[in-house]
Design a binder for this molecule. Structure first.
Ligand code: C5P
Length: 280
């Protein structure tokens, strides 16, 4: 029986994001295109004696039951109809995906933990059961079970896989502040009351609302386009902004000129690429 298992949990960007309305459950009806990128956290699951533990060098990363990895462990036990609390595993997280950035780091960790713990605890599930468990963890957790290029409807959890986009290089710039997804959607609700939410030439409906509170966001999008990106936008509810480039050298040159402590150059990943690299 393997003592440990190491997996990579990839980040995503939203190539576009339309908010279509408020749902009766308080969530928002979305239409968004998810795209995996190679920026990833590394999660190592090791069998230990004693309680479930989550370890990370980043003190801001919660190590308790509020962490989606912990919640994933509870979901896996529930799928196995086991009533006990998670135990016997230490999860070491090498955190590379910035938090509160709209890059799906927490959700990706949750999806990776669901799959890894099903393997380690030998819990057999159908695809539907796993998808359902993922959707309970968070609206975009199911996407991370698939990866690649996919359309997300409903809360972002009804997925339609798309053909992979042509490979591109992504410059991701993460400002020093984070944005809470809940807050960004509340700003959308407020703006809707005053109507006129959708701005021209903006592919993410949350971008103008975030840029209004944090003008650097709009500035970064404009700078990325000026630097030669063929597409640039806020990712999810931010705070990360990304630009797409066909050539790596152009992406690197743009990143150098943008020079910030949290600027990354990373390729897009296909669905097959996500699968192949996840367990490497
Ligand atoms: O599902 P998750 O916990 O990731 O969502 C965080 C928050 O973002 C929700 O509590 C909700 O306020 C908001 N949200 C939303 N509509 C969505 C996804 C998220 O209103 N489709």
């Amino acid at each position: 029986m393997a003592r440990s298992l190491t997996v990579h949990a990839f980040a995503k960007i939203n190539l576009d994001l339309r908010v279509l309305g408020l749902r009766p459950d308080g969530y928002h009806e979305l239409r968004t295109t998810f795209q995996s990128i190679a920026l990833a956290d590394t999660l190592t699951f090791t069998r230990v004696r004693g309680p479930f533990q989550i370890e990370c060098d980043d003190p801001a990363f919660p190590g308790d039951h509020t962490n989606l990895i912990w919640k994933a462990a509870q979901r896996v036990l529930a799928l196995a109809r086991r009533r006990e609390q998670p135990s016997g595993i230490r999860v070491r997280v090498e955190k590379n995906i910035p938090m509160q950035a709209g890059l799906g780091g927490g959700s990706s960790n949750g999806a990776a933990a669901l799959q890894a713990l099903c393997r380690l605890w030998k819990v057999k599930t159908t695809r539907e059961e796993l998808h359902h468990a993922a959707a309970k963890l968070g609206a975009d957790v199911p996407y991370f079970l698939e990866g690649g290029t996919a359309l997300g409807f409903h809360r972002g959890d009804l997925l339609v896989p798309l053909d992979d986009i042509d490979p591109a290089w992504v410059v991701v710039v993460v400002p020093e502040f984070g944005v809470s997804t809940k807050d960004a959607f509340a700003w959308w609700d407020q703006a809707k009351e005053g109507q006129g939410v959708r701005a021209k030439n903006v592919s993410n409906d949350l971008q103008p609302l975030v840029a209004k509170r944090h003008p650097i966001v709009g500035k970064l999008v404009r700078t990325l386009i000026k630097e030669g990106a063929f597409h640039a936008s806020l990712s999810g509810s931010g705070s990360a902004v990304f630009g797409l480039f066909s050539r790596r050298a152009d992406a690197q040159a743009a990143a150098r000129r943008l020079a910030g402590p949290r600027t990354f150059v990373t390729p897009t990943l296909t669905r097959a690429g996500c699968r192949r690299l996840a367990a490497k």
